[in-house]
Every structure is written in structure tokens, then in C-alpha cells.
Ligand binder design. Sequence first.
Ligand code: UDP
Length: 377
Amino acid sequence: MSPQYSLHVLFIAGTRPEVIKLAPVLKAFALKDGVRVELCAAGQHKELLEQAFADFALSPEYRLDVMQPGQSLASLSGRLFHAFDRLLNDVQPDWVVVQGDTTSTMTAALCAFYKKIKVAHVEAGLRSHSLGAPFPEELNRRVTGIVADLHFAPTPRAQANLLQEGTPAERIKVTGNTVVDALRWIEKSCKDTNTLPRAIQELLQSGKRIVLVTGHRRESFGEGFKAISTAIRRLADQHVNTVFVYPVHLNPNVRKPVEELLAGHERILLLEPLSYKAFITLMKVCTLILTDSGGVQEEAPSLGKPVLLMREVTERPEGIEAGTTKLVGVDADQIEKEVSTLLDSPEALVAMTSVANPFGDGQASERIVAAIIEYKP
Ligand code: UDP
């Protein structure tokens, strides 16, 4: 390392949400003197990752080319282990910063551990307490937590989970979730709807209400996505003043059933994944959100939008306790009933908009950067 740097930090991002949630931390770090900050695109996602880099004007110093069509989790993990091993040999950072619960996160953390490089885990301590959901993310997050030197817990509940597992208290910092920092950063450029695709602008001009839909979870592949799509189609048939806008994830396990079951309906708009700026603008103008996403659950309360969560369990119960999120599972009848209740009752909608976001206050990145700089083993 060049002598003008006293600290060398390598960020690893393999998927879209990792880029979004690490971008504010990386930007805050880059403002500090004497710190060399680098970014590795682990390539677990390809196009979605590049789109997210563009959103935050980031250009990674390192890119791993690991993604293969139809890859199994084991083969992806194997390629990531090899690639991170070589990368860390070459780069030799003081810290590896990983985020959340992906296969990239888990493999990068383990490779850093093997080389005695310190690991900072952003968004640590979330637990569904079920290894089956989110799958395999619950396992990935737990494994990363075993080797992390610093655990950045977004909420007191995440901190409590870590303490209960025996993590030393001085290694845990409660910071808030960095997604709120990212949201605040991008929101400044989301003031008007001109950045939205033309089809959505036309919907807004015609006075239609929008239900925003996202879904990509592995545990819903197959029957789950069929049920979700069935529910959306039935809802679109019934609610003539509402359009269901769905930026469809690029995973073929998602795209195939969604396109087969939902394409061609006049009140269902299937879109390519949106830029972060366009997506947040769309969140701001929608009536409610039907999703299985982790990040969207955390962003929605800041924008006062109710979330119906298409999962059986969540590692983010704070939103449910605050009343901004409701678990609706992946059962077609249940999804249909819960969405209809909100669309038909303004009171029910208002009851699900909270004043304070339980996931963060927008200052998480500064807290994380300070803790890494001040770290004493
Ligand atoms: N997002 C986006 N464009 C889209 C859909 C989602 O930028 O078309 C953002 C969203 O605001 C959130 C993140 O991507 O910050 C969520 O990613 P995803 O649902 O893929 O992953 P998860 O959060 O479930 O891990």
C-alpha cells in the first residue's frame, strides 16, 4: 500500500441491494483523509449490478466474472471462493466490508477470515430464525456473523440477536440501516416524475392508482410465483381504477411464470428493472407496495407507503411492529384479500403509514465509517 494511506478498505458488492446499501458508506469513507477505498463487483448479478453502479456513479476497481446461466448455489459459491482468494492475495486490504446476506457476502467474509483480514459486516444480526427462509440468505448472514470483527446492526433487535448468540457487545454497533442513507441521497433527484417510463407517466395523468409489485425470492420459485401471479391477475380484473406495475427481476425463475401468467392484461404493466432513481420515484407515487423484497420493506416507511409482504416469515419484524408492513404469505386468496382491503378502505391504508422509519435515520454510514476508523482489536 502506498505510504500516504493509513487504512485500506475493500468493499464487496455482488447484487443490486448490496450496491445500494454500501454506496453511502463508500461515499462517506471516500471523504476521509488517508483512507484508500476500493470496490469489487463480485458479479453475482450482472446487469442489475451495473445499473446500480450507474445510479450512484460508482466504478469498481475490480470485477469478478462468476455468473453462469442456471448456476447452482454450490457452483456459484465455488467460483466466488476461488475468485475472492485470488483477489485478496493481490489487494491485501486491511478491511473487507460486506453487506447483508448474499452468497457473495458469505464467501468474501470467509476468504477474508482465512487470510486474517478484518471483516466489517453491514446489516448484521437480522434473523428469521428459520434456515429455510430467506433461503439461503439466513445461513449466509449467520456464517458472515461468525467471522466478522465488527457487526453493524441496523436496529436494537438485530443487536439483541447477536448478543444472544454470544457476539461480544463491544464488537456490535447499532447504526440504522444504510438503505435509509441511500434513499435520502437519491431522493434529492426524485422530485418529478419525468424520469419514470412514459407508460407510468400516462397512468398518472389518467388518474389511475398504482400498486407497485416486486418479487424475486428463491423460496417462492415454482408454485409461489404461480400463486402470486394468479392473485395479481384476479386483482387486476376486479379493480378497474388500479394498475399493477411490476418491474420484473431478471432471474428466469421469476420472469417465466410472471410473463406467462401476467403479460397482456390491460391493468398489469410489466417492466424491465428500473434504475434506483426511477424506482424510488415510483414508490413515491404508488398507493401501496406488494413485495417480497428486504430493501423495499426498509425504504417504504420513509416514503409513507404500506407494504404487503409476500413471505411466510421475515427477518425484519420491525416494520410489522411499527404497523407499516403486513405479512400476507404466498397464498393467492390471502394476497387477493389483503390487497383488496387496502384498495377499498382509505382508513386501512392510512393506518399503515407510520411517521418514523424503524429501520434507520439516514446517519448509518457516518457511524459505520467512524467505528472502522476507531477500531481497536
Ligand atoms: N430496486 C430498484 N429497481 C427495481 C426494483 C428494486 O432499484 O426495479 C431497489 C429497491 O429500491 C431496493 C433494492 O432494489 O433498494 C431491493 O432489491 P431486491 O428486492 O432485489 O433485493 P432484497 O432487498 O430483497 O435483498
